[in-house]
Design a protein around this ligand. Structure first.
Ligand code: ZN
Length: 568
């Protein structure tokens, strides 16, 4: 009797750094020399259509038992280190997490997505596969293959934390295209290692590091929404967003948050987020709501990005058991000392009244220099910083509204220095964001005006086709100006037809008909003269119903057809 072939042996020898579970399966598909994706799925999961999702894994128990422990990875290790679930789980309740993990173990990913709240959130349930071209180049050198890095797959992460460039989304596996395939980055039709990487805006970089840090930092912990609410409210009050004794000025919070979030809001995940002026307070209210779980962590991460900048700073605030300066303790015009702990008051007094540096004040009260810098920034106490000359140059360039990566490149400093300065100096980040916005505003308006000048008779649709990026930006941020400036032959909506110049269209079309008649040899084509004409000028068919608006054209058409009938 011959032995059964060993279906459980894995061809891959182990995990690559920061690799996702899907990536491991895709490598297994390549190494096992299978031509059909279904055959690999069958081998791994005992079914040709199960377990092939690239984002939220499913049927993991089946895979683990079939692989016979050859990967030496337990279920919990696999979830913690090789999936994007650590991004979502800490924001769900313990019971919900239990249900989700049970689904991941045994069932399909469809129900897991609805348990994660993805189906009901505005952010969408799709997770496109993303890769960094520079990481791919170095992966090929080191491991002879490209693979999917987990840090690139988190929702909201659109820049590479290693190379500071934008990530590319693969067209396969997204929106159901090739949904059953096992692919690696180099299998993507758009993959091109030689194409230059685009540097990512600083806000994208800091948002990506926040997303990654939150996933690592929170896993196996859980967000306490009450504590989160208290942290937000206390810190907003400290920053001067209080109104009276018990309330927050939500309008101001919303306006400042939305301004700061504008660059990040261009990330695909935030397309559906209501950052329009009239909807902003609604967004902030949802974030500050005391009860109930958030449908998607991105909502909070956007807010945390604005309020704290980094995950570390948020954690300090969230976990600190300071004597909570609750909003009710604050008066409307409270002095900076209100609600501060004794060490905070001491450190701030040393800085303000005795001219201490942050480092000296920190040593005096026995805390980290970083902590004192944060206290001072919150209480708007200016710090005496001894800045090296290159720091002054960095600040000067940032205030011109240049991208952090460009500033770093121009001045030959590390991006970390630029990002560090943005977080260390009070108000610098806000001033930089304002400068970036003004610059973007100026540049986009100038480019659009030049486009309108170049094509004065083109409608807004034609202009949009020539410069879709600027159109979208202006449509979002300055719609009135966009329509006023562009020649308004076509505007979206039902009133579109009223702007069509029917006279011009009639003249042009009549000319085409005349040309057709001049070159047509009756009896040459197989069909009737009418069919021949419609075949040569298919647009006539569409406009037959608007005959009264095109008198020149249709008079010619009727004359020609009558003549043909007479000749026959
Ligand atoms: Zn990279």
């Amino acid at each position: 009797m011959t032995a059964k072939p060993n279906l459980h042996r894995m061809e891959v020898s182990g995990w690559l750094p920061n690799e996702t579970l899907y990536s491991l399966f895709a490598r297994e598909h390549v190494l096992s020399l299978q031509s059909r994706a279904g055959a690999t799925t069958q081998r791994l999961f005992g079914h040709s259509r199960q377990g092939d999702r690239h984002d939220i894994p499913a049927h993991v128990d089946t895979f683990l038992s079939r692989s016979g422990g050859s990967l030496k990875t337990s279920f919990s290790d696999l979830v913690a280190h090789h999936t994007i679930l650590p991004f979502y789980l800490p924001w769900r309740s313990a019971r919900c997490e239990e249900e989700i993990l049970a689904e991941v173990k045994r069932n399909s990913s469809g129900r897991t997505k609805s348990l994660l709240g993805l189906m009901s959130s505005r952010f969408g349930a799709a997770h496109p596969l993303k890769y960094c071209p520079l990481c791919c180049t170095s992966d090929v050198k080191m491991y002879s293959t490209t693979y999917w890095h987990r840090d690139h797959q988190y929702p909201g992460a659109w820049s590479c934390p290693t190379h500071f460039c934008k990530l590319t989304a693969a067209s396969t596996k997204a929106n159901g295209i090739g949904r059953f395939l096992w692919i690696l980055p180099h299998d993507d039709p758009q993959f091109d290692c030689a194409s230059p990487a685009t540097s990512a805006p600083a806000s994208w970089l800091s948002f990506t590091s926040l997303v990654i840090a939150s996933s690592i930092g929170l896993y196996q912990g859980r967000i306490d929404y009450r504590q989160l609410h208290d942290t937000y409210v206390n810190d907003l009050a400290l920053l001067g967003y209080g109104r009276g004794r018990r309330q927050l000025n939500l309008k101001r919070v919303a306006a400042d948050c939305a301004d700061a979030a504008m660059e990040v809001s261009e990330l695909p995940e935030f397309n559906a987020l209501p950052l329009d002026p009239e909807c902003r307070p609604g967004y902030v209210q949802t974030v500050l709501r005391l009860s109930g779980h958030s449908s998607n962590p991105l909502r909070h991460l956007l807010f945390i990005h604005w309020l704290y900048g980094t995950w570390l700073k948020f954690c300090e605030a969230y976990r600190s058991d300071r004597a909570s300066p609750s909003l009710t303790q604050l008066t409307a015009q409270s002095p900076p000392q209100a609600g501060l702990s004794a060490s905070q008051v001491e450190a701030l007094t040393l800085i303000r009244d005795r001219g201490y540096s942050a480092r000296r004040a920190a040593a005096q009260v026995g805390v980290q220099t970083e902590t004192v810098i944060r206290w001072a920034a919150k209480a708007h106490v200016p710090l005496k910083l001894r800045r090296p000359p290159r720091h002054t140059a960095v600040i000067r360039e940032l205030l011109k509204g240049k991208r952090a990566t460009d500033v770093a490149q121009t001045l030959g400093v590390k991006i970390g220095v630029v990002v560090g300065l943005l977080h260390a100096i009070p108000d610098l980040r806000q001033q930089w964001i304002t400068a970036c916005l003004e610059r973007k505003w100026r540049d986009t308006h100038r480019r659009w005006q030049q486009l309108v000048k170049r094509f004065p008779s083109a409608g807004i649709t034609a202009l949009r086709r020539r410069d879709p990026a600027d159109y979208v930006w202006l449509y979002r941020h300055d719609r009135d100006w966009l329509y006023k400036t562009s020649s308004e032959s076509v505007t979206p909506g039902p009133s579109r037809t009223s702007h069509v110049d029917w006279h011009a269209r009639d003249v042009a079309l009549a000319l085409e008909v005349r040309n057709f008649i001049a070159h047509e040899q009756p009896g040459e084509s197989s069909g009737t003269p009418r069919q021949a004409m419609l075949a040569a000028l298919p647009k006539l068919r569409c406009w037959q119903r608007r005959e009264e608006l095109l008198p020149r054209t249709f008079t010619l058409v009727h004359k020609y057809l009558a003549q043909c009938r007479k000749e026959n």
